[in-house]
Design a protein around this ligand. Sequence first.
Ligand code: ACO
Length: 413
Amino acid sequence: MGSSADISMNSGAGNSVDNGMSGGAGNGAGGGMGNGVNASAGGDINGGAGNNAGSSAGGGMNNIAGNSVDNNMSGDINGSAGGGMGRGGVGILGTGSCLPEKVLTNADLEKLVDTSDEWIRQRTGMSERRIAAGAETATSLAIRAAQAALADAGVDGSRIGLVIVTTCTADYYSPSISCQVQHAIGAPPCAAFDMNAACTGSVYGLVVAKHHIDAGMCDYALVVSAELLSRLVDWTDRATCVLFGDGAGAFVLGRTPGGYGLLSSTLMSDGAGANMITIPGIHISDLDIERRGGQKKQTIWMDGGKVMKFASRAMVSSIEAVLEKAGLSLGDLSLVIPHQANKRIIDNAAKKLQLGPDRLFVNVQKYSNTSSASVPIALDEARREGRIRRGDHVALVAFGAGLTYGAALMRWA
Ligand code: ACO
């Protein structure tokens, strides 16, 4: 159990950054895959060797209400039809996760800030979260989740031909976590890059990896989502510090029989909402400083109310889009694995989609919001609980900073 003394070590006050010398270095990855006309996929990609993935600049118009499926990086992926190689489908062969041992409860948070267990549970559905110990890093969690997924898939690390790590809390700007994972799992020299699509990262990573295999670039790919939000939370700010936890989850992708694996996907961005959730990097604007009590803190800030409204709409439109692309309807869905940001967001979306608890996986009460790691952690847990069987239609759906949002629909192999 984490004590308040443990947590205050990570206080946002200790994260201040003097960026007086920094210029306006951009971090957007240039793409080549998108034309940037409509809402487009918007992840930053921090590349390792052989990186051939790209994302278009995410400056499109907000098209959530219109259920747009006209996005640059999504595809219809129905069995051999969408693969280009005529070799069946591509899907998830194994999952794994890694959660730090240390549990931080709502009662622990009551000792840190002016909050209550009742407020947190009612407003978020969260009861506890995991916090990484001092020696743990996003990289160490990523490696353990990757090893668990490889073991689950029965695939040796030496067969992996692509490593994608999704994170918005990387240990280093460089080297990428993915290069370290590639080495740690014993993969041969191969493409490896980190991708930042915030909480939507795992869905983005999954879709990019799927296309990499479809294009014949490799037979097996590893997608790991690893986040250490506890290191970028201001532990004096009750509006954010109660919401986040640490963890990592991973997928191993490979070929599946035709008709199984990923059926359809949608990846979206709306940079018009870029200021709704921010974690400064080497640049901290005047607005960032104002929002952080006048201090240059490298901590997370968000407009929770606005994000909530966006989130439920984004979840609904993304699920509707992938169902339409796959020629399926809501009644065909066996299980939805949503980003675990807030139980109220999940419930609002589920109500609109008429999904009962039997077709929805929720574990936000245990781990709180682990950003891009939340979907793969939840998928791994759902499988271990026996909630997914061969032939089930499973949808992963997420939203996050950027803004980004998206979904992937699969027929479980
Ligand atoms: N304990 C007690 N009171 C609190 C706390 C707290 N921890 N935090 C805020 N309050 C107070 C506020 O000050 C406010 O008080 P006031 O009415 O006197 O001003 C009151 O509670 C209500 O605050 P709201 O912000 O209106 O509460 P809301 O119902 O919107 O819930 C929350 C806040 C939980 C943050 C919600 O807006 C939310 O979950 N938003 C979405 C967050 C999200 O999904 N993020 C995902 C992206 S993150 C990423 O991509 C890395």
